[in-house]
Design a protein around this ligand. Structure first.
Ligand SMILES: [Mg+2]
Length: 381
């Protein structure tokens, strides 16, 4: 079997899909994207496709090595995401070729269902309670929320109080048997993180995500030890080497993104590395159906898995949603807040190719907002 063609599709709301075709008619799908930089990843995919076309798709690890390490310049979001999507597509092809789900190729399932969390609210603190109640009624036992929006360089007492109130309100609605996680989006400084996390601790969030920016792992240990709140990070880290320093700093939860961190192959290795530090895996996935399907394959086969993110109904998905691109949306119907294991071959999702081709004709030019403070200076989004 040989790879004969690699195509990419820029689809709303902000995604990029790739389709890898073989001479035996087996087709694999992947989702190589960096949100806001999809066109750059698209170009990188086509550079890697020069190598892939003509190759045997079943030599996944060898291709991973060449695509990751065969170029003198390597790593970073664009190249690692291009590699990630192609890696997903190769695993999809392998599963379909052998007639088994990818999790069977990864050693078989270690659990029967996968706990999911749902997003609540966007950056607007209003209506938090209603939003959480809706998710509980939909069956979820865990939610994640932003705690603060546009913030000054050092948070004011009012900013901090608002964050603490939000956590208190979430806990009150959820009760002691459900979980909430808080996402800081790297919006606060290390000094603020050390100040704020202990104040959130009484409400026992499941984890605090990206309390500081990912490029300062040297400050993370002090943030971790400042409170009892488990610290999570990793959606902006791209390899096992990127994860080593944050694990050393004591993070409790690693959040590689299956579409950024070298795909299924590298995420599995990051999970195994995390086990050495007793850290749990919670794959980042505010993306489309292929990225979610790939995440679930890893979740079903990875012992130190914690919980899975998904983007259905997330605030980013305004023009299109995850279910618009799948033939059978049932695969993403969660029961009691859990994804159900399926024996469908490959990634286990049937992509609606006609819908994808149609969507690509429109494409998108999604960019994240650029936030500025009252003084005109740039703020973290
Ligand atoms: Mg996040």
């Amino acid at each position: 079997m040989k790879i004969v063609n690699v195509e990419t599709f820029l689809v709303p709301p902000r995604w990029l899909f790739c389709r890898v075709e073989t001479d035996e008619g087996v087709v694999g799908w992947g989702e190589p994207v960096v949100e806001g930089r999809a066109e750059a990843v698209r170009a990188a995919v086509h550079v890697l496709a020069e190598y892939l076309v003509g190759q045997d798709p079943l030599r996944i690890e060898d291709h991973w090595q060449v695509m990751a390490n065969g170029g003198f310049y390597r790593g970073g979001p664009v190249l690692s995401s291009a590699l990630a999507g192609l890696d997903q597509a190769l695993w999809d092809i392998a599963g379909k070729t052998y007639g088994v789900p990818v999790h069977a190729l990864l050693g078989g399932p270690v659990r029967d269902r996968v706990r999911m969390y749902a997003w609540v609210g966007g950056d607007d603190p209003s209506e938090l309670a209603d939003s959480i109640t809706e998710r509980i009624e939909a069956g979820f036992s865990a939610v994640k929320m932003n705690v603060g929006g546009l913030l000054p360089p050092l948070a004011t007492m009012a900013d901090v109080t608002a964050m603490v109130d939000r956590a208190a309100q979430a806990r009150e609605v959820l009760g002691p048997d459900r979980d909430f996680a808080v996402d800081f989006h790297g919006r606060i400084s290390a000094a603020d993180a050390r100040r704020i996390l202990p104040l959130l601790a009484p409400y026992q969030p499941m984890f605090a995500e990206e309390p500081i920016l990912p490029d300062r792992p040297h400050l993370l240990r002090d943030v971790v030890t400042a409170s009892s709140v488990p610290v999570a990070t990793g959606e902006r880290l791209y390899s096992r080497w990127d994860f080593r320093p944050v694990l050393d700093a004591g993070v409790a939860v690693v959040q590689p993104d299956l579409s950024h961190a070298g795909g299924i192959s590298e995420t599995r290795r990051i999970a195994a590395l995390a086990e050495v530090w007793d850290a749990k895996l919670a794959p980042h996935c505010p993306l489309g159906p292929i990225a979610l399907a790939a995440s679930l394959q890893v979740a079903f086969s990875t012992p130190n898995f914690l919980i899975q993110e998904h983007s259905i109904g997330i605030h980013y998905n305004e023009e299109a949603d995850l279910l618009d691109y799948v033939v059978d949306p049932e695969v993403f119907r969660f029961v009691d807040g859990h994804a159900t294991r399926s024996d469908a071959p490959g990634l286990g999702v049937q992509v609606d190719e006609a819908a994808v081709r149609r969507a690509d004709e429109t494409g998108h030019a999604w960019r994240n907002p650029v936030w500025r403070r009252a003084d005109g200076g740039l703020a973290e989004w």
